[in-house]
Write a new protein. Sequence first.
Length: 192
Amino acid sequence: MNASQDPAAQGLYKGQEMPLQRAVDVISIPFGKTITLDEDSVVSVMQAKGSSVSVGYEGRLYLIEGHDFDALGLEALERATLDPAATEAEMEAFVWDQLKTCFDPEIPVNIVDLGLVYGCRIDRLLTGERMVVIRMTLTAPGCGMGDVIAEDARRKILGAPQFAKVHVEIVFDPPWSREMMTEEARLELGMF
């Protein structure tokens, strides 16, 4: 993602209110279900990080994906995809790159740098299709954002035609701790 594709670089800021330019499918937070917000619905920007924007509307939170940024009056991002002839290494790199564009809607650090992703692998199914299996955790067992983060990751990874399914397994062993964050993430959150 280049700087002009970053929603903040395109002029979005926290607390900004704006009417939607068109109807748009969004992911409800924390349930992870898709609903449609109507054109002219006035949303408030909660977080503009990565390739998604968290917005508030009528007391609820929603996630708008990058390819739908035009609904906010911004340049829509192209959905990330892979060349059909991509190697296994390129496929794995793609998955990790997509995970780095996923953010907990309440924390301004991507889930990889936050230390939430314990691992991922690409399995070949009996049908010949590929399935991505991701093992991840949450910052706390009671965190309600797991479904949203998992759905965001699924949608981004399924942008590549090589993948037929994405399974996100939420685990709590080992439990997440601050030490799992990258140094950059701790600096961003002031957790040194």
